[in-house]
Write a new protein. Structure first.
Length: 213
């Protein structure tokens, strides 16, 4: 019995370490227009065998929120930061969370940070301190987001085909109206919907043969 318990504990710890290595922190705009891109990003990451995380899992208010955000970023070996929202109203969360990731990278050598933008060369003007780090340009298109994810996080060989990932994204997008209706929301930016989307993306990716159970 003791041996069986140890074996179970060992498998559980190994599974947790593997999941942690696959974790990706998402720092993206939570607005209506970004929903198709958010779905595409989730689809691409899950299809690559990654596990998306974001601040939707953290209460929006209350003491200790910043510390929890920092712990979440720190727990993920990779973070993705979309800095494409530069219009009105001004939103500072994305560059702020990028700053946290950059600071951790400099101090602890992790997380690896990936920047995204919708327009080429604009980041040189909006955030000149990161000159020398080229962002992925998605042109506000779902296919562009998928291409960026595959380019930055793909392996040397055996990556999923972009069209197959887009098919996962298209099918996942079809679940959005039902998820909103069930949750009584007019957007997808809630902890429960995010969890449902990640789980559904995994099911769809498995059906496409992109990941194994």
């Amino acid at each position: 019995m003791l041996v069986q318990r140890f074996d179970f504990w060992h498998r559980r710890m190994r599974s947790r370490r593997a999941a942690k290595r696959r974790s990706v922190f998402l720092n993206v705009p939570f607005d209506k227009g970004y929903e198709p891109l958010f779905i595409a990003l989730i689809s691409a990451l899950v299809s690559l065998g990654r596990e998306p995380h974001c601040v939707l899992a953290i209460p929006a208010h209350g003491a200790g929120r910043l510390a929890r955000i920092l712990r979440l970023i720190r727990s993920c070996p990779i973070s993705i930061h979309d800095l494409s929202r530069v219009g009105q109203p001004v939103r500072f969360n994305m560059p702020f969370e990028l700053g946290l990731a950059v600071a951790l990278n400099r101090i602890e050598r992790r997380p690896k940070f990936i920047m995204l933008e919708s327009k080429a060369h604009r980041l040189v003007r909006t955030l000149s301190d990161v000159n020398g780090f080229d962002p992925g340009i998605h042109e506000s298109q779902a296919r562009g987001i998928i291409s960026c994810a595959l380019a930055h996080l793909g392996k040397p060989h055996g990556n999923p085909d972009a069209e197959t990932v887009f098919r996962v994204r298209r099918r996942l997008w079809k679940t959005v109206p039902a998820l909103k209706r069930i949750s009584g929301r007019n957007d997808i930016y809630s902890r429960s919907i995010f969890a449902e989307l990640v789980e559904a993306a995994g099911i769809l990716a498995k059906k496409e043969g992109l990941i194994v159970a």
